[in-house]
Design a protein around this ligand. Structure first.
Ligand code: FES
Length: 157
């Protein structure tokens, strides 16, 4: 018997996927949890494992294969800052430092208010815009430290 208490309620998501669908339901259910909670907490994965009768180790294997899934809480806005060669030689590091400093990231990837998460990527395929970042699906190019501050500020309103 476990004395652990949990605050993660995913019953409304589990009921969308019949237990007997097992493996077939796994991706859809993980996507729904990721969308609903913003990440995949361990407690939720344990419930998925019991509900679909799939070993937890297999579920972790699936999660590690897909970048869309995260095991830690992520911010509402995902910033992808490019540090590929073109962006790096055009001042990408200064822009990256400014993002970290402006958002007070202090060695973490997600802001305390969970408004932003920062990822460093190797090329966004838009080198002509270097240095460039994406927030969600939107590209922001030819960044400077002043420009990036203004952009981030616009998301804080
Ligand atoms: S190197 Fe940054 S977009 Fe290609």
């Amino acid at each position: 018997m476990s004395l652990q208490t949990t605050t993660i309620d995913i019953a409304h998501l589990l009921e969308r996927y019949p237990s007997e669908d097992g493996q077939e339901a796994l991706m859809g259910l993980l996507q729904d949890i990721q969308e609903d909670l913003g990440y995949l907490p361990v407690e939720a994965l344990e419930k998925v494992s019991r509900h679909l009768k799939i070993p937890l180790s297999h579920i972790y294997g699936v999660i590690s294969f897909y970048a869309q899934f995260s095991l830690t809480p992520r911010g509402k806005n995902i910033i992808k800052m490019c540090m590929g060669t073109a962006c790096h030689i055009r001042g990408g590091q200064m822009v990256l430092d400014e993002i970290r400093s402006y958002l007070n990231l202090n060695g973490t990837d997600t802001t305390e208010d969970r408004l932003f998460s920062l990822e460093v990527v190797r090329c966004l395929g838009t080198c002509f815009l270097a240095p460039v970042m994406m927030i969600g699906n939107r590209y922001y190019g030819k960044l400077t430290t002043a420009k990036v501050r203004k952009i981030l500020k616009s998301y804080q309103r």
